[in-house]
Each structure stands twice: as structure tokens, then as C-alpha cells.
Design a protein. Structure first.
Length: 313
């Protein structure tokens, strides 16, 4: 088999191009600091990188959800603590008002303070967060949950209306875990009797705290306090403490899940780094070897070019 001069030159050119391609690829890897520049370099690793990236982004979204839920629950926890303090003061005034040594004017003064505390409590129930959403309206976060029924005669105790709903928003904080980021109003402050012709419940069965305080204040104004009203207030206080405890449990759950998510992200990023990051020591060593090989190919090509028979004719 005879090899022509042009064929020998073509073989040399192909060898040079091959060495230059390898050097160029290593150079791009060093520049990008990644060992997989395109999926065809390692299809299995490329698919694994996509899965790892998706897992990291998903877990980071869970962390963002946790921060949002923590803000709402922390605000609710503070509001509930204020409400508990108000109810404890209401209970003290109720016990004081039942004392037979009080004169009618004394009881009227206590009633005035109770009514002021009820208004303050209603303000807490209608609290908004930084986004302007009402905390205790359920899904109807743009609607004020509690309001006075202006069409009801002043002596009617059931003078509050609840305009929210009975839903709780659940937020995904982990692959298989959701948590409620709030509580709806009637679950915290009790369900109002509603507007007329609703029947005002007897003391001992009033579930709404505003109505319970209003009934106690009205009885004190008429100098006829009923000890059963204290039972209503105590029940409301117990319900609020139970809700506050639930909020604390959820806040603790958020902290634990956040730690789990952080560990998961760290693990995913470690595996991702091992999969796609370039080993600089190995890459530089290969680059030096490929550079030497390219130089050798160039020298060989130069020597072969001088082997033409025309140089001896």
C-alpha cells in the first residue's frame, strides 16, 4: 500500500486538529470551572445535575415558605399574648364587680373599663399583617373579621358580626409536610350570636368573648352582675390559651423543619459539587499533558512535510 504525500499531510492535519480539540475542551472546562460543558459529555451526570438543581430550588422554596409562615405565626402569637393579658384583666374586674361591697357607681365604673377592654380586644381581633391581610379572617384575608352590628339596639348583647370564613391556609414546608400559618376568628374569639332576630344566649353559654364581656358590663351597669358571665370569660380565656399553645407548637415545628431543610440543601449541594465541579489539579495536569502532545504533533507534522520526494529532485 502506497501513501501519497497529500494523504500523509491530511493525517498530520487530522492529528493536529484532534489535539487542538482536546486542549480547547480542557481550556473551556477550566474557564467554566465545570467538567460537564454539554449533556453529551456525560448524559447520566447531566440528568443527575438537573434533578439535583430542581431538588435544591424546591427545598429553598420550602425555606421561603417557612419564613413567611413564621412571620404570620409570630405576629399571631404576640396578638394572642396581648389578648390573654386583656382577658386576665377582664376576669379580675369581673370578680371585683361581683363583690357585694360595690356600689352601683362602682359597678358602672368597672363596666366602663370592661367596655374599653372589649374594644381593645376587638382591635386585636382585627389586626392586619404587613401585607394588609387580616390575621383572623381565614381565606377572606381582605375582609375585616369582626364588626359591631350597627342595626342592633344598644341593649342587645349579640352586637358583633363575623365576616371571615372557617378556613385555614396550609403552607408546604417540606416534601411531605404542610402547616397552618394562622387561625380563623371564631376559633379564637368565639362565634358571635349574630344580628337580630338572633336570640341572646343565657350566661354560661356565650361563646364569643365580645358578647360575654358586653353581657357582664351590661349586668354591672344595671347593678345585677351574674357570676355565670365569669364562666363564659374563663372559657374564652381557656380557648385563647389553647390556640396560643397551638401556635407555639407550630413555630417549633417550623424551626425543626427548617433545620431538616438546611441539612437537605447542604447534602444536595455537596452531591451537585461532586458531580459537576471541576477537579482543578487533575484538569491542569491533563491540560499540560495535552499541550505537550499538541506541541509534539506540531513538530511531527513539520518534520513529515519535509519528507516530500520533490526535496531530492
Amino acid at each position: 500500500m502506497r501513501i501519497s504525500t497529500s494523504w500523509a499531510q491530511q493525517l498530520g492535519v487530522n492529528s493536529l486538529l484532534d489535539q487542538q480539540s482536546k486542549v480547547s475542551e480542557l481550556q473551556m472546562q477550566l474557564s467554566a470551572q465545570e467538567k460537564i460543558l454539554k449533556p453529551s459529555d456525560d448524559p447520566a451526570a447531566a440528568a443527575r445535575i438537573i434533578d439535583l438543581d430542581q431538588g435544591i430550588k424546591q427545598t429553598e422554596q420550602y425555606q421561603s415558605n417557612i419564613n413567611a409562615a413564621r412571620q404570620r405565626l409570630s405576629l399571631e402569637d404576640g396578638i394572642l399574648q396581648d389578648a390573654v393579658n386583656v382577658l386576665q384583666r377582664v376576669k379580675e374586674l369581673g370578680i371585683q364587680g361581683l363583690n357585694d361591697t360595690n356600689s352601683p357607681s362602682d359597678r358602672t365604673a368597672i363596666a366602663v373599663e370592661l367596655e374599653g377592654l372589649s374594644d381593645h380586644l376587638a382591635g386585636l381581633a382585627n389586626t392586619r399583617n404587613a401585607n394588609g391581610e387580616y390575621l383572623f379572617s381565614g381565606f377572606k384575608s381582605d375582609t375585616q373579621p369582626f364588626s359591631k352590628d350597627t342595626d342592633t339596639p344598644p341593649l342587645h348583647v349579640g352586637a358583633y358580626i363575623y365576616s371571615g370564613d372557617s378556613n385555614q391556609r396550609n403552607i408546604q414546608i417540606g416534601t411531605d409536610r404542610q402547616i397552618s400559618d394562622g387561625d380563623y376568628g371564631i376559633n379564637v374569639f368565639g362565634a358571635p350570636t349574630g344580628p337580630l332576630p338572633a336570640t341572646v344566649p343565657a350566661p354560661g353559654s356565650i361563646t364569643n368573648i365580645f358578647e360575654a364581656i358586653g353581657k357582664l358590663a351590661a349586668d354591672l351597669r344595671s347593678n345585677a352582675p351574674d357570676s355565670a358571665s365569669l364562666d363564659d370569660i374563663s372559657s374564652s380565656l381557656d380557648r385563647m390559651l389553647t390556640t396560643q399553645s397551638s401556635v407555639g407548637v407550630r413555630l417549633n415545628a417550623l424551626d425543626r423543619q427548617e433545620d431538616l431543610n438546611s441539612a437537605s440543601v447542604l447534602e444536595l449541594k455537596t452531591v451537585l459539587s461532586q458531580t459537576e465541579d471541576l477537579d482543578f489539579t487533575e484538569a491542569i495536569s491533563k491540560f499540560n499533558l495535552q499541550t505537550v502532545s499538541l506541541q509534539a504533533a506540531q513538530q511531527a507534522f513539520s518534520r513529515v512535510q519535509n519528507l516530500s520526494l520533490f526535496n531530492y529532485l
